[in-house]
Design a protein around this ligand. Structure first.
Ligand SMILES: C[S@@+](CC[C@H](N)C(=O)[O-])C[C@H]1O[C@@H](n2cnc3c(N)ncnc32)[C@H](O)[C@@H]1O
Length: 219
């Protein structure tokens, strides 16, 4: 297992596959494969099931996560990607926001054996509703696949006074009539208009169609 340099060594690779070091050995979250090496267990991280893994495979280099990161994760669903973030941020915290009661039930199960992952039933559009449950943050990650994706993450970053953001833009969620490139351009402009600087813009093809990952910081 070889640690990947540009993630600070928190993500591993072997035979072209990605892995995170499991913080909860013996438990699979979504049927992922695991590999045991001496005392350590690694969980395979599939770029076709996780946009954060797709970002790494597609060449993303500004990987703003480490073992101490305190992350607000918007659109956690059942916790597939969030569980890998929790492996990486093993001494940090992952506050997982999900508004679908059905997905939230599965998210609660995922979080049950991961002490650094907190499930919060809430709407990312109204961050003041869950403000009471969230501690100090280092970054916000968002994958909500709905309209106004950049405003949703930017509103959260403003409320929680956070400087680093990472948002998976699903072009079709903004406007099916626009070319994805137009949606990306408008999203980047909206972020810069709101005072953020784009650090990286990574197309997630061929792992995800018509998706881009933007990494940005307060300017
Ligand atoms: C594309 S899926 C997320 C997949 C997940 N990030 C992963 O990689 O494992 C989008 C999720 O965001 C949730 N969602 C959409 N809009 C939301 C909102 N305003 N607040 C909270 N969750 C939202 C959906 O219910 C869905 O579970």
């Amino acid at each position: 297992m070889i640690p990947i340099d540009h993630t600070g060594g928190y993500v591993y690779t072997e035979n072209n596959k990605l892995y995170t070091l499991s913080s909860n050995p013996g438990i699979r979250v979504y049927g992922e494969k695991t590999v045991k090496l001496s005392d350590y267990e690694y969980r395979e991280w599939n770029p076709r099931k996780s946009k954060l893994a797709a970002y790494i495979k597609a060449g993303g280099r500004t990987f703003p996560l480490n073992k101490d990161s305190r992350v607000l994760y918007l659109g956690a669903s059942s916790g597939t990607t969030a569980s890998h973030v929790s492996d990486i941020a093993s001494d940090g915290k992952v506050y997982c926001i999900e508004f679908s009661p059905r997905m939230f039930r599965d998210l609660v199960n995922t979080c049950a054996t991961r002490p650094n992952m907190l499930p919060i039933l809430g709407d990312a559009v109204n961050p003041s509703e869950y403000q009471f449950a969230v501690g100090p943050l280092d970054m916000v990650y968002s994958d909500v696949a709905q309209k106004r994706q950049v405003d949703i993450i930017a509103d959260n970053m403003d409320l929680f006074n956070t400087d680093i953001g990472m948002v998976a833009i699903k072009a079709r969620s903004e406007d099916v009539t626009l070319q994805p490139s137009e949606v990306y351009r408008a999203s980047e402009k909206r972020l810069t208009d709101r005072g953020f600087e784009i650090l990286e813009s990574v197309d997630l093809e061929p792992y995800e169609n018509a998706h881009k990952m933007l990494v940005f910081r307060r300017g």
